[in-house]
Design a protein around this ligand. Structure first.
Ligand code: DPP
Ligand code: ZN
Length: 879
């Protein structure tokens, strides 16, 4: 097995300028005829043409219509001494029905569809399957007339005719594209249609295809497409470039969605929503994923990646764009906090483990392993920092230059940064370290206040821990957004040498000194406002300073982070206490701060719910180098206990108040709406209900708690409230869980996407019988190990969102996941590799758990036919 190296990139020896593809569809034996116009790009005529292939049955090869010599190896088709330019015809046979890996052409519930990113096209035909080969595609889809009412591919519909009982549909995509953006869909669907007229007057037919009978669940998605089109014109000046845009929803899909040119294919989870069956989060996800894939049309399709090491070129940028889209349309601070939680949770965890990689990785064995929170979400943070340093105007100028230079090309992250640099005149040389270095930088700051000179002198030291393969790090450019507050909570204008200065201070050195003048008193410092860089910050807050920021900061993220800081300091303190078998320290400041937020802050419901969030165990692990899991769990439980008990009256009153408002809405006949206001009420009622219920259980009033939760379940008119009740019932192990689960099951067993919530609720409950329940549910008629959504809902939830049970000291959780990984290795290794992440922490866990995971890994490493996806992760964990 071998890793590929970024620096080994070579320009292609051949390109394919045009390809004419014919698919004679058959579930188990589809014949694919690919007629490619091939051009030699090198001087050296001895270099053979090498085409990639994977799981193909080769039927025929012709060069300019004649027989020719060729060599077929396990993963290539090679032709020696070919002319400089010629037509190559390759005929292959594939079996879409048995394609359980869901890469290439496969069958989802009787419908044909494709997933070709990153290397799926080689499972369709032999091809130069690299993103730097851009061809114009013509696609003919042939099937018995009537078999598949909709037969779609990229570009424009050219012909649709019936000959000898066979229907032939021809599509032509005028834009050259890499093979990973090729798509084909054939099946029967409900069709939704909208008209859109672009800013330049282009008429676009927008189509959405969903399972028969699901049309009413598609309106939010199709309307989101129009919102995305409009937003991209307004904010980025980017207009859609074809007369047709299609989105298709399928049930079997490895990822969230795919941006194939003009034919986006979606996991139905991110399309199908309606008031009855979808949660607030589902609604918000549809908007953001629809936006994300649509925005790829420019950042990904029109300008694509030269090689897969450059993935963040399109993903980091497009995540940034979809975050801005949701922020402009919904609530900016909430969107920002959601992004911060991903970075401080899974991304920091990835940085601290064996799979740590820069947003532009240097070594890759299985590319599917690098569709990671680092490439996507940290990648978006890196783009956001460029935006912060340049400002919106210069950033947009940079985008314009980027498209002017690279439209129609396959380029690198370096090309993007250069465009930003050249357009803005701002030097980003050192900034490029964000692309080349892995790991989470830590900025530790201190303040010296000079009362005589009225100066605040800050010292900031940055350091980044070693990551695999990178022991020494160069300093990063860190835009540190700061604000100074007086003891009265008023903001102090930042000045230096008599002039006002920006809040964003750019740190470039290992040791930095930042001075502000005219500071009338020792200030309270807000650091990293709006989470202006993906770093950890250490700062010795004096007593009362975090409370001042919590109460007075004008930046919502600073307020949120202050609360998180207050919580984290008690978690750390009590984790250490637990380790030393000392009594817990009372979390006085958290209780006081919660009381303030609940009773005095006047914050809106939604923000209040977020700020009262206690970080999950997975995120808390990031506070420690060595993880004492039992101590962290105990410490977090203690905090929840104290808050539930000491604020019991407040939680009860709050729950009653919100419940009364809920009843009022129902009484007035006002239905479910996905508005900020309604979402806020539900977010907060979830928090209140859970603390209230926990308090009752701790007081021994379990029956009362159980009844309250049942009551909530019964009055619910929407999926969010239904799940608030269902999850509370399982999370607190209430008697009512049996009845609620049973009711939910009878109501939703026919809707797999909704039923996933049942799997999640059971799999996340932190009780000793959970693993047995999960095992039982694998036999449930709704479960299907071949469907990635089911696997993630039941097994992914158990491994990733239930650290307590998964890491049970008996080792049962590890054994269980090992069995699953071995099974999935043979069918869908990419989905397997994605749910094994929690095991990669092994080196930071205690010696017993580490030993058990090591044994499991050794067992997996010995299985025959182990996939690269799983091998790469375990191999790195062992190094
Ligand atoms: N390129 C896809 C996306 O991120 C992933 N399959 O949208
Ligand atoms: Zn993407």
């Amino acid at each position: 097995r071998q890793e590929k190296r970024r620096l080994d990139y070579k320009k292609p020896d051949f390109t394919i300028t045009d390809i004419d593809l014919t698919f004679e569809l058959d579930l188990t034996a589809t014949i694919v005829t690919a007629v490619s116009r091939v051009k030699r790009l090198t001087e050296d005529r001895k270099i053979p043409l090498v085409l990639n292939g994977d799981s193909l049955k080769l039927l025929d090869v012709k060069l300019d219509g004649a027989e020719c010599a060729f060599r077929e190896t396990e993963n290539t088709l090679e032709l020696d001494s070919v002319p400089d330019e010629f037509t190559l015809t390759v005929k292959t046979c594939i079996n879409p029905k048995d394609n359980s890996e869901l890469m290439g052409l496969y069958v989802s519930d009787g419908k044909f569809c494709t997933q070709n990113e990153p290397e799926g096209f080689r499972r369709i035909t032999f091809f130069t399957d690299h993103p730097d080969v851009l061809a114009r595609y013509t696609t003919h889809i042939i099937a018995p007339d009537g078999a598949y009412p909709f037969m779609l591919s990229n570009g424009n519909l050219i012909k649709d005719e019936v000959k000898d009982g066979k229907r032939v549909v021809t599509w032509e995509d005028p834009f050259p594209k890499p093979s990973y953006l090729f798509a084909l869909v054939a099946g029967d669907f409900d069709e939704l249609h909208r008209d859109f007229v672009t800013c330049g007057g282009r008429h676009v037919d927008v189509y959405l295809y969903v399972d028969k009978g699901q049309a009413s669940c598609g309106t939010v998605a199709i309307d989101s497409i129009l919102r995305a089109m409009e937003w991209d014109e307004k904010r980025f000046g980017l207009e859609y470039d074809l007369n047709r845009f299609n989105v298709v929803a399928v049930d079997f899909f490895n990822a969230g969605a795919m941006e194939n040119k003009s034919l986006n294919i979606f996991n139905s989870k991110y399309v199908l929503v309606d008031a009855e069956s979808a949660t607030d989060t589902d609604f918000e996800n549809v908007l953001s994923v629809i936006g994300h894939e649509y925005f790829h049309n420019w950042t990904g399709d029109r300008v694509t990646c030269r090689d897969w090491f450059q993935l963040s070129l399109k993903e980091g940028l497009t995540v940034f764009r979809d975050q801005e889209f949701s922020s402009d349309l919904c609530c900016r601070p909430i969107e920002r906090i959601k992004a911060v939680n991903i970075i401080k949770g899974p991304q920091f965890t990835e940085d601290a483990g064996p799979m740590a990689h820069p947003i532009r990785p240097d070594y890759v064995m299985e590319m599917n392993n690098f569709y990671s929170v680092t490439v996507y979400d940290k990648g978006a943070e890196v783009i956001r920092m460029i935006h912060t340093i340049l400002g919106e105007e210069l950033f947009q100028k940079g985008m314009k230059l980027y498209f002017k230079r690279h439209d129609g090309c396959a380029v690198t992250c370096e090309d993007f940064v250069s465009a930003m640099e050249d357009a803005s005149g701002i030097d980003l040389k050192q900034f490029r370290n964000w692309y080349s270095q892995a790991g989470t930088p830590c900025v530790s700051g201190s303040l010296r206040y000079d009362a005589e000179k009225k100066q605040a002198v800050y010292t900031f030291n940055q350091s980044t821990p070693a990551t695999p393969g990178q022991s020494v790090k160069q300093p990063f450019v860190i835009p540190l957004s700061m604000a100074l507050y007086g003891s009265d909570g008023r903001k102090i204008l930042l000045k230096r040498n008599g002039e006002p200065v920006s809040e964003v201070q750019i740190l470039t050195e290992e040791h930095n000194v930042v001075v502000f003048d005219d500071v009338p008193e020792r200030p309270v410092t807000a650091l990293l406002q709006n989470f202006s860089a993906p770093v950890k910050v250490e700062y010795p807050y004096a007593q009362g300073e975090l409370e001042t920021l919590l109460k007075c900061a004008d930046d919502p993220v600073t307020r949120y982070e202050s609360m998180q800081n207050i919580i984290n300091s008690y978690i750390v303190l009590n984790t250490v206490n637990a380790q030393r078998r000392l009594p817990f320290t009372h979390s006085e400041l958290v209780v006081q701060s919660f009381r303030y937020i609940l009773e005095e802050s006047g914050l809106d419901n939604r923000f209040m719910a977020y700020i009262l969030r206690i970080p999950p165990v997975n995120t808390l692990m990031g506070l420690f180098t060595a993880i004492d899991l039992d101590a962290i769990i105990a410490s977090r439980k203690e905090l929840v206990r104290v808050l539930s008990v000491e604020l019991a009256d407040i939680w009860e009153k709050l729950y009653q108040k919100l419940l009364a408002e809920f009843r009022q809405r129902l009484a007035e006949g006002r239905g479910y709406e996905c508005t900020e206001e309604q979402i806020g009420s539900r977010d907060l009622i979830r928090v209140a209900l859970n603390f209230h219920v926990r308090g009752l259980v701790l007081k021994g009033e379990e029956a009362k708690a159980s009844a309250i939760v049942s009551g909530h379940y019964r009055i619910s008119d929407n999926m969010t409230d239904t799940l608030i009740a269902l999850n509370a019932a399982t999370a607190h192990n209430l008697e009512s869980r049996h009845e609620i689960l049973k009711d939910f099951e009878s109501r939703w067993r026919d809707n797999a996407l909704v039923f996933d919530n049942y799997f999640r609720a059971v799999a996340s409950a932190p009780y000793p019988d959970t693993l047995d329940n999960v095992r039982k549910l694998m036999e449930h008629e709704c479960f299907d190990l071949t469907n990635p959504n089911r696997v993630r809902a039941l097994l992914g939830t158990f491994s990733q969102l239930n650290p307590e049970c998964f890491n049970d000291i008996s080792g049962r959780g590890y054994e269980f996941l090992t069995e699953i990984l071995i099974k999935l290795n043979g069918t869908n290794p990419h989905v397997a590799a994605a749910i094994m992440t929690p095991m990669l922490n092994l080196n930071r866990l205690d010696i017993k758990r580490k030993g058990m995971i090591t044994d499991c890994f050794n067992r997996i490493m010995r299985i025959p036919g182990l996939s690269d996806s799983i091998f790469e992760k375990i191999d790195k964990a062992f190094k």
